[in-house]
Write a protein that binds this ligand. Structure first.
Ligand SMILES: NC(=O)c1ccc[n+]([C@@H]2O[C@H](COP(=O)([O-])OP(=O)(O)OC[C@H]3O[C@@H](n4cnc5c(N)ncnc54)[C@H](OP(=O)(O)O)[C@@H]3O)[C@@H](O)[C@H]2O)c1
Length: 323
């Protein structure tokens, strides 16, 4: 089978597609034929040497696929099951090993790209909006609104009844895409940092921050008195205590790992709700899909911050017989 591995911390240039032996599921593992694998910011950081993953490294990420074989002790899944979730290594490949506890069922009639967008990015987006307690009629500002998580958050916010959805992005080139998803206003990060522009923006009830860093601080200034903000970005950032204090703001962190561990019922209810929004058409994932062989190009698109929606690779290999 074919698998991408990282050989140097040079971003897309450090990736090599290689022939690799078919993995065999060990105890408690599933062997999955990958239908779609997603790209995320942690992947971009790994490829540039953040975390100094030992080389060669076979990165993990979100995926959708079909179980081909199960390892000893697995009772939750059977060959033929369609699943989606995350794997901690080896997803940019035709076959991947995953842990059953990190995947859930995917319906047969859901296209792989749609399922991929929903399974992780959609879950994060809805968990953030629910954590922020978005109520019908409220306004919400979403940063990195055109990304895999952000573009679903924009649509979900409208589906939950938000009256105003302000989408914040790094480039005005993303505006048409966002208006098409239901955003009512689109602003650039530079606009948020400009007091004249900010003064003209009606403050929002809720901020969902997917960007971190400077955009987080700028967006915070747009929060209305008694507003809430959900820190969702792994990129970090600094909140101004004075702005929090004067605004009576409530800030909440969001970590899916903690939610899954300590609030599994909440995560499950978000998942059920997500599939419903997909079925009703309220959620329409936008996925830029590349063949597996074009993973470096897909990474480069994201590094240029030009992606509109979720970025994915779709391995084209057919089913692999596995005894
Ligand atoms: N809290 C959790 O448990 C959790 C779980 C998963 C993901 N997340 C967070 O959700 C956010 C988006 O998730 P994702 O990783 O799946 O990616 P994604 O949603 O596909 O986001 C990509 C977007 O991030 C923005 N961006 C910000 N900094 C960037 C950079 N240095 N390089 C390229 N793009 C950058 C770009 O939009 P602009 O250029 O318009 O900003 C781009 O469209 C991230 O902040 C991530 O940490 C949180």
């Amino acid at each position: 089978m074919h698998e991408f591995t990282l050989h140097s911390y040079e971003g897309p240039a450090g990736l090599r597609l290689q022939d690799a032996p078919e993995p065999t599921p060990g105890p408690g593992e599933l062997l999955v034929r990958v239908e779609a694998a997603g790209l995320t910011l942690p992947l971009l950081r790994t490829l540039r040497g953040h975390g100094r993953a030992p080389l060669p490294h076979s990165p993990g990420g979100d995926l959708v696929g079909r179980v081909l074989a199960v390892g000893a002790g697995v009772t939750t899944h059977r060959p033929g099951d369609r699943v989606g979730g995350i794997a901690f290594s080896g997803v940019y490949a035709e076959l991947a090993l995953v842990r059953p506890e990190f995947v859930t069922a995917v319906a047969e009639d859901t296209p792989a790209a749609d399922a991929l967008a929903v399974i992780r990015s959609g879950l994060v987006a809805l968990a953030a909006l629910r954590t922020g307690a978005l109520a019908p009629g409220e306004s919400v500002l979403i940063t990195s609104a055109a990304g895999g998580v952000g573009h679903l958050a924009v649509q979900l916010a409208r589906a939950l009844g938000a009256e105003r959805v302000v989408a914040a992005v790094s480039s005005p080139a993303k505006a048409d895409f966002l208006y098409g998803l239901g955003a009512t206003e689109v602003v650039g990060y530079a606009d948020l940092a400009d007091t004249d522009v900010l003064d003209g923006l009606e403050p929002v009830d809720l901020l969902i921050d997917n960007a971190g860093g400077e955009p987080l601080a700028a967006a915070h200034a747009a929060l209305a008195p008694f507003g809430r903000l959900v820190v969702n970005s792994g990129a970090g950032g600094t909140l101004d205590a004075g702005t929090l204090l004067r605004g009576m703001h409530t800030a909440t962190g969001l970590a899916m790992s903690q939610l899954s561990r300590h609030r599994p019922d909440f995560v499950e209810s978000c998942r059920t709700e997500l599939w419903r929004h997909l079925a009703t058409g309220a959620l329409r994932p936008a996925v830029t899909a590349f063949p597996l062989t074009a993973l470096p190009e897909a990474v480069a698109l994201m590094e240029r911050r030009e992606n509109l929606g979720k970025v994915a690779v779709l391995p084209t290999a057919g089913p692999t017989a596995h005894a």
